[in-house]
Write a protein that binds this ligand. Sequence first.
Ligand code: ADP
Ligand code: ASP
Ligand code: MG
Length: 442
Amino acid sequence: MQVLKFGGTSVGSIENMIAVRHIIDTPETKIVVLSAMSGTTNTLTQIADCARDRNFLKFQKLSNALQEQYDQVIEQLFTNTTIRAIVIGYVDEVFAEIDRLVQEDTYSQIIDDAIVAQGELLSTFIFSNFLKQEGLQASLLPALDFMRIDNNQEPDKYYIKEIVHRLIDKNTSGTIYITQGFICRDFEGRVSNLKRGGSDYTATILGAAIGASEVQIWTDIDGFHNNDPRFVEHTQALPVLSYDEAAELAYFGAKILHPQTVQPLRGQKIPLRLKNTLHPQALGTLVTHNPVGKGVKAIAAKDGIIAIKIKSARMLQSHGFLRKVFEIFERYETSIDMITTSEIAISLTIDDDTYLTMIEKELSVFSQVTIDKEQSIICLVGNEVNRDTQTPQLFQLLRDVHVRMISYGGSDHNISLLVATENKQQALQLLQGYMFQEELSV
Ligand code: ADP
Ligand code: ASP
Ligand code: MG
């Protein structure tokens, strides 16, 4: 069985929903994971902010505009009046529920999560009814019945596996199971989610749970590109990536995949394929356990990085200094991405500033601390990048961009550079021109 996930743009218009319907109309039984229609989760997040700020006027405007969009989609998509009436009834209920949640007396994260979850509930209900209208055998598999995270925010894989098998075996009528990406329950049964972009993760968690033959992520681009197409022109789709390479690129900002997407597939070596909904003939990218080729294959960048420089004369020839520093970060459950050291200073980066003030205060007791925000990590990924004879030449770039930190040799498939976010695009473009010049001239 395969798991096919379709992202926001794939279900974001009538034309694209029709394209999805054709892609999934094959005889094999499959699970189809859907995101919310594009833009919906962003609006729901803004609505949740209105609930927090008690800004009911803004809420009403946002809610009306969103419902108007859904009304238009339903109007165009459903020719069968009985099915249309059922869908209109459901959408009305969802908007009434959002209204009820916003008006609750006390705002909490629980309210926020419940509001944000409505997008996937809407898209799956609409799409499964569309399939019904088109005469396809489809049944809804409610993610809130089986997708659960534990108190470490990790998927509860034994629970998920057991329940999914039970639901699929019991429901024999449909060959296409439609389920919601992104949303789940926490260990206390409350509605929660797998963080923004989490539908990719839903697909691979499910793929592992059912021992899928393949997981496919269908989106608006023809596969994993060798650089970020939002900032660089002439990027190219990569035919193959290894799990390590894809995971590293996703962690370091390649938006095409949620950072944890690859992880559930590794153990069972389930292939992951990235495909373009609007161009299904394109090869796409296959992510597999076999590393292929050598040298830098792709570049990604992650924003919102904070650089911390910790300087202390006491570090000179003393041991235990690093432990003292790391203990502080451990206590505040803040993970470090990059680190470089010299005789009297350590530079490191974090992306979570929740406890920054406290961390700074504790470090300042024994060192001089400098903090720089708005930094970006640029990550160059490939198989054995550190051993490739071409790789060191990238340091020629240092002439043109101010590189604040470099991490080289930490792993065989990653080199990371830290630059100010304002220099990120320039750095990505220079790297593209430099690293992939041969491919571009072909
Ligand atoms: P979906 O809504 O289908 O999940 P996303 O917007 O999350 O789609 O991911 C697809 C987008 O990721 C692309 O449109 C592209 O702009 C962006 N992207 C960033 N880096 C890459 C990359 N290396 N390869 C392909 N797309 C990328
Ligand atoms: N709808 C969610 C989001 O916009 C999840 C996803 O699209 O993967 O983040
Ligand atoms: Mg996405």
